[in-house]
Design a protein around this ligand. Structure first.
Ligand code: NAD
Length: 373
């Protein structure tokens, strides 16, 4: 029985300690407060160019000694090296990141090497700010690990800072947040506490995304997405990486696919593969989609949000699928509810690459598992 399907007889859960301040239009005040409370007087600011305005607004009155505005997805190792050098030469006593997961990720790389305290002000829904997970990419290989030094001491959430993000980017980023909770249901350390947090996060995210798909978008919707993204990231940090995240680590690191879109495309296929062997997770997820199987609901959401539906649309070549499967296979968690071999993985990846309808996959899996009526 997988961790996601266990009862309440016993579990071993660790909650990470982090201060969280949530409030729209309050980032300036809240960031100043946490920086002062940490006693910092020399701030290293990490903020990508798309967050330059937010950085000027939020950090304008802070004691910034150096600024890094070059950030990239999956944290290239050479960028991390350069940022560590800036942190050391500037005498920084705190790292402040303002931006999406790329800015947070670079700040984490600095914190990992220097043990400087980290404060994160997210402007996307990627959720990295709520985890102790770092990532670094060297020569196309993405390495990840967890370390208490990279968990931001404080996170300042301000949904108004996400208003510069186009609805399409909001959709992709929020589906990345959805993936944290869905994959968490069958991840290696799934337990009743992270399952509850993840489910509550999904209860915020899914209806908000359905509204976004109907063309609605306002500050309240962004608040709901940010709250859901926080909860699902906390759940992910606790539950660990399941099959979905192992696949996406390889696709992001080795093939440079865009992080949020890639997660959004792969998730329905992993869900279609695993859900028939994880009935508790399947029932929990189907409830969010009014009884529709989660894989189908996720796929409909993806289409409704106007996002790419196939990995071939975001830059993966068909000829890379076998190598991708080979790279993923050794990292598949033994806790996965269904056994995964090279052929199953390649077929799952092919379906995600081609953008196959998941209904067909669900049917095939159900019949194969012998659970069809
Ligand atoms: P990102 O930070 O690259 O941002 C996505 C896009 O949004 C970029 O084009 C960026 O320029 C733009 N953007 C960001 N803030 C904006 C703003 N305020 N206004 C306008 N545009 C804005 O990507 P992401 O999806 O936020 O994060 C992906 C990265 O985070 C990946 O490297 C991924 O591996 C990492 N990640 C890590 C964890 C973890 O726990 N360690 C969790 C999730 C994601």
């Amino acid at each position: 029985m997988s961790g996601s399907e266990q009862g309440l007889t016993s579990f071993d859960h660790t909650s990470l300690g982090q201060r969280v301040l949530f409030g729209s239009h309050a980032a300036v005040e809240n960031t100043a407060r946490v920086v002062a409370d940490l006693g910092a007087e020399h701030v290293l600011l990490v903020a990508g160019r798309s967050s330059a305005q937010a950085a000027r607004d939020v950090a304008g009155a802070l004691p910034v000694v150096a600024t890094i505005d070059e950030v990239a997805q999956h944290v290239p190792a050479e960028r991390a090296e350069a940022a560590v050098a800036v942190a050391q030469s500037s005498g920084a006593d705190l790292v402040l990141t303002i931006g999406g997961g790329s800015a947070t990720g670079l700040g984490k790389a600095v914190a990992l090497r220097t043990a400087l305290p980290l404060v994160a002000v997210p402007t996307t829904f990627a959720g990295s700010e709520a985890t102790d997970v770092w990532g670094l990419t060297t020569d196309g290989v993405k390495q990840t690990g967890s370390d208490p030094r990279v968990l931001p001491r404080a996170v300042v959430y301000d949904a108004a800072l996400t208003l510069g993000l186009a609805p399409r980017s909001v959709a992709a980023s929020s589906l990345n947040a959805v993936a944290h909770a869905v994959d968490g249901l069958w991840a290696p350390r799934a337990d009743p506490v992270n399952r509850a947090l993840g489910t509550e996060g999904l209860r915020a995210l899914v209806p908000a995304l359905q509204r976004l798909a109907r063309g609605q978008d306002d500050l309240a919707l962004r608040e709901q997405l940010l709250y859901g993204a926080h909860l699902t990231a906390v759940a992910f940090a606790s539950a660990g990486s399941g099959l979905h995240h192992k696949i996406c680590h390889v696709l992001g690191g080795a093939f440079g696919l865009p992080h949020a879109e890639m997660h959004a495309i792969v998730l329905p296929h992993v869900t279609a593969f695993n859900a028939p062997a994880a009935p508790d997770a399947a029932a929990r997820l189907a409830e969010l989609f009014d009884g529709v199987p989660a894989a189908v609901g996720l796929r409909q959401l993806l289409a409704g949000l106007g996002l790419p539906q196939a990995l071939r649309e975001v830059g993966l070549a068909e000829g890379d699928l076998r190598r991708a499967a080979e790279l993923v296979l050794p990292s598949v968690p033994p806790s996965n509810p269904r056994p995964v071999d090279a052929a199953a993985l390649e077929s799952l990846l092919h379906a995600a690459w081609a953008g196959d309808a998941v209904t067909a996959v669900v049917t095939a899996v159900v019949i194969e598992e012998g659970t069809a009526p």
